[in-house]
Design a protein around this ligand. Sequence first.
Ligand code: CNA
Length: 342
Amino acid sequence: MAPQKDLQKVAAILKSNPKVIFMVGAGISTGAGIPDFRSPKTGLYHNLQSLNLPYAEAVFDIQFFQTNPKPFYTLSKELYPGQFVPTKFHFFMKLLQDKKLLHRVYTQNIDTLERVAGVDGKYIVEAHGSFAENHCIKCGEEYPGDDFKKYVFDQKIPKCKKCKGLVKPDIVFFGEGLPERFFDVWDEDLELLQDAKDGEFLTITAGTSLTVYPFASLPSEVPKTQKRVLVNKERVGDFKNKRENDHMFLDDSDEFIEALCDVLGWRKELDNLVNNAKKEIKGSETLENETSEDKVIDIKEDIKNELDREEKQGKKEVDEITKDLENLDIEKSKNKTTPKSI
Ligand code: CNA
């Protein structure tokens, strides 16, 4: 639980109307039921063993994808946007937008939950892309989103309508460059940060292990004159060298937001945002009672079922082939006996 004294300091900063920049990762979405990469036991990497990958990151490796796209498509079905309700942390970003305090959201996430929570696209920089568009990795032709989604949910692998190449959503894989917008917008924001008065900006880094570059270097590039907050279950990256202007909360991101909003007197506004959005988002009633651990178990079960299905399918095919071979043998022996009988 975040110490009250530290929460009050951050609340006082927010009350002084700073421009807020978020730098976030998978940890802010675990409360929605989407596993992160690296958390022990619940992280995707821990649970990908069943996909028989040579190494866990291979599922997002462009070279591996070119030879075996199946594990990525198995995982895509689980992570596909539209199945999750944003967390309190996401709605806090929306609350800051409503209060005209939001300057930018740099996200490594591909789940689009910032948008679902109502944050305007002009504030968002999806540094690692998203499922919004898909392209052929061979000829670059765009692939229609609805067709792509259907293939993903049917667990089939879509092929380019033009050249039959493999199709991939515009998610940045290991071995690929980040979108230009990431570099352009960060250049602009960095200039603003450098020219700003002391404490004019507040950066909030949350739910990220700060291990994937170049994103991981953003907090370290924030000038020392500006205040930084870290909300993460562990101390990460540049926050291992604490600055004078830093506030660190080694907490669950949603619990932190609840506690902060209580101190700010914004809790009712936050809860209203959450409740109104939940009413609008289809299917939220069932998801509301499902914990993130339940969802991780669901994902594990889905992967297992998929593998069982494939195994059964494989066995069925082997049985059919064996039967065909047996029939062939019978035919052959018939053919062999026939001439004899002639
Ligand atoms: P990561 O490496 O898995 O790190 C997550 C961090 O968040 C860890 O330091 C955890 O301790 C921390 N954490 C986990 N849960 C919470 C919580 N409830 N409250 C506070 N902290 C928490 O993930 P990163 O984002 O750093 O890695 C970058 C990858 C992850 C990007 O390329 C993403 O595309 C990718 N990813 C995205 C999603 C998503 O879109 N939701 C899910 C899984 C992976």
